[in-house]
Design a protein around this ligand. Structure first.
Ligand SMILES: Cc1ncc(COP(=O)(O)O)c(C=O)c1O
Length: 423
């Protein structure tokens, strides 16, 4: 939970400025209790179903975060051999990991390693390769249910012209291919996109999976994917998770129970986005093109979403702010400045305040000076996990806050990390 005490931003009792003096900037900070709270909402919303929550670890793959989520009884969706490795290291058992393929190579498939990990195939071609490599793993089919959704066209993963999923017209041949090889399809899966705000397309997709399921005798799971959105902007609505659970249960529960099937959901963003902040120090303030700009010591190499998708991250002055600047209480009329917020990467696109179309805009903020610490909110999902070393900038450390304590869960890198493997 974020609040201001004596004008300083606190993350669940811990002062952002104390964190910065201990760990420096830029710094990713996660609030463990915010993750617990999101997980509680998921468990409550789908309690009527025979249900196992999974976590899409691409959203945030820090080992401590994975361990925390695993302790809540989640399984794990992994999309690369590296993610499988991390999931295993975090303690997920092989039979609670699904490997969701995307243009995987034979090497990727061999690296799955454990025969109990479910291989969730994305195409008939991948089924053929699993069979020819003689991999004994249980097979699930990722279906393209012909309906997609998401906060940006690049995160819509179903419908026309996307690279994901087996088209409905091909499902029957996929089934026969697996069964002719005397293998079983144990799961059906669809993931229609990320940052979905409306439940209608999710429900459409779920209905399609249930309709298809009757053709599969050996099915054990139906995986309805992730995609549930979270509020980013002041005024954004909460995702109606209870309605989603209720509607899903209304038509899915009888069929799932009568066939002894378990429903899986594999959210990423919903679990971790609102737990995270990226703290950064303001390094410059200038006027350009008639607008006031601040620059800070992080960039799109650490938080790619604004420059990649024009995504909104609420930005706070953590050194000198007030409750009126918090997203939930945001009052633009009480903000003193209109600022463009830019990063330290040597590219013109390194700007955190943009429209979805990419235009540079200003943001109403509290008075912000060089040396202040600013906080990019809702940065817990697709923040660090999309970070890179571009411009030979080091990856930031990560800290987990719980009950007033803060633990370093990933160390700050050193220049040695930049040259590893090159000399
Ligand atoms: C297969 C799959 N499952 C789950 C997710 C998680 O999506 P979200 O973070 O929107 O819940 C993704 C993200 O793109 C995905 O590709």
């Amino acid at each position: 939970m974020l609040q201001y005490r004596s004008s300083i931003l606190h993350i669940n009792q811990v002062s952002a400025l104390d964190l910065v003096s201990r760990f420096g900037t830029p710094l990713y900070v996660y609030d463990a209790e915010a993750i617990d709270a999101q997980i509680a909402k998921i468990k409550r919303a789908f309690a009527a179903l025979p249900f196992r929550p999974f976590y899409a670890m691409k959203a945030n793959g820090n080992l401590s975060i994975l361990r925390l989520i695993r302790q809540h009884g989640f399984g794990c969706d992994a999309v690369s051999p590296g993610e499988i490795h991390l999931a295993r290291r975090a303690g997920f058992e092989p039979d609670e990991i699904w490997f969701t393929c995307s243009a995987v190579s034979d090497d990727d498939l061999r690296l799955v390693g454990d025969p109990r990990i479910v291989i969730n195939v994305n195409s008939v071609s991948e089924i053929e390769r699993c069979l020819s490599l003689d991999l004994p793993n249980p097979i699930a089919l990722r279906v393209n249910p012909d309906v997609g959704a998401g906060h940006h066209r690049d995160v819509v993963t179903a419908g026309g012209g996307v690279k994901f999923g087996i088209d409905l017209a091909e499902i029957e041949s996929a089934r026969m291919l697996v069964e002719d090889a005397r293998r079983k399809v144990v799961g059906l899966h669809a993931h229609i996109g990320s940052g979905v705000s409306d439940i209608a397309p999710l429900i459409d997709s779920a209905r399609t999976l249930l309709d298809l399921s009757t053709a599969f005798d050996e099915l054990r799971w139906i995986n309805f994917g992730g995609g549930m959105g979270v509020p980013y902007k002041p005024g954004d609505a909460e995702f109606p998770i209870d309605d989603y659970g209720r509607e899903l249960a209304a038509f899915a529960e009888p069929l799932l129970r009568s066939r002894g099937l378990t429903a899986i959901l594999e959210p990423g963003r919903y679990v971790v986005a609102s737990s995270g902040l990226l703290l950064s120090r303001v390094t410059t303030k200038r006027i350009s093109g008639g607008a006031e700009w601040i620059g800070c010591d992080t960039g799109f190499n650490h938080l790619a979403r604004p420059s990649k998708y024009g995504a909104y991250h609420h930005i706070l002055n953590a050194s000198a702010g007030s409750e009126a600047s918090l997203r939930d209480h945001f009052d633009a009329s009480k903000m003193d400045e209109e600022l463009v917020v830019s990063g330290n990467i040597c590219e013109s696109g390194d700007i955190f305040t943009r429209t979805v179309g990419g235009a540079v805009i200003t943001r109403p903020m509290e008075k912000t000076r060089v040396g202040d610490v600013i906080a990019f909110c809702e940065a817990g999902a697709y923040g660090f996990s999309m970070a890179s070393h571009y411009n030979a900038r080091l990856l930031p450390p990560e800290v987990l806050v719980r009950g007033g304590d803060a633990d370093l869960i990933r160390a700050r890198q050193t220049f040695e990390d930049l040259i590893r493997g090159m000399e």
